[in-house]
Ligand binder design. Structure first.
Ligand SMILES: Cc1cc2nc3c(=O)[nH]c(=O)nc-3n(C[C@H](O)[C@H](O)[C@H](O)COP(=O)(O)OP(=O)(O)OC[C@H]3O[C@@H](n4cnc5c(N)ncnc54)[C@H](O)[C@@H]3O)c2cc1C
Length: 143
């Protein structure tokens, strides 16, 4: 089954089946009634092309806003939350993970955020339950 997810503006398109083709072309048209079935993509200097699509996700850009976090007394540097190697913030029982965090050598990538989330959650678990272990064990070795 063909699956296309296309984000407008930054226009990220996944076209195809198992071998998803990733494209970042400008989205110039939407077609389909009552739901989208095709999108039009126009690459600079080329004729517009239509591609089958089942969904369009608008990624128009958001301005990150720390909002009420700024009133919590949390340590922030250049709009990022400072954490230690356990993903602890300066506030007790408050952890952070992902792009929002800041520490020496920080790399803002999806895989890094996933790892930080696991680190944060497992360290938070011990704070909540001191009998828990920071390393929860491998699920592949669970009986
Ligand atoms: C153009 C671009 C291309 C990228 N390409 C890649 C790539 O190819 N590979 C890769 O690994 N990484 C890539 N990245 C980085 C990757 O997107 C991030 O590392 C990842 O999305 C971080 O995930 P996150 O959950 O920490 O933050 P986000 O994905 O930014 O999620 C934070 C969420 O919090 C919401 N939010 C913000 N403020 C508030 C608030 N006050 N209240 C409630 N919600 C709020 C935001 O709307 C957003 O949904 C790219 C980033 C950009 C900008």
């Amino acid at each position: 089954m063909k699956r296309t997810i296309l984000t407008a503006a930054s226009a990220l398109a996944f076209v195809g089946t198992a071998q998803a083709q990733m494209q970042m072309p400008p989205l110039t048209g939407l077609y389909g009634e009552p739901t989208v079935s095709e999108v039009e993509i126009t690459v600079d200097g080329q004729e517009p092309v239509r591609r089958p699509a089942q969904a369009v996700v608008a990624a128009l850009g958001f301005i990150a806003d720390l909002g009420p976090l700024q009133q919590w007394g949390i340590e922030v540097v250049k709009r990022h939350v400072v954490v230690d190697a356990s993903m602890r913030t300066n506030l007790p029982r408050v952890f952070a993970a992902g792009d929002i965090t800041e520490y020496p050598g920080k790399v803002r990538l999806i895989a890094v955020g996933f790892g930080e989330a696991a680190t944060a959650v497992n360290n938070a678990a011990v704070v909540i339950d001191p009998t828990a272990h920071v390393f929860p064990g491998h699920s592949s070795e669970a009986s």
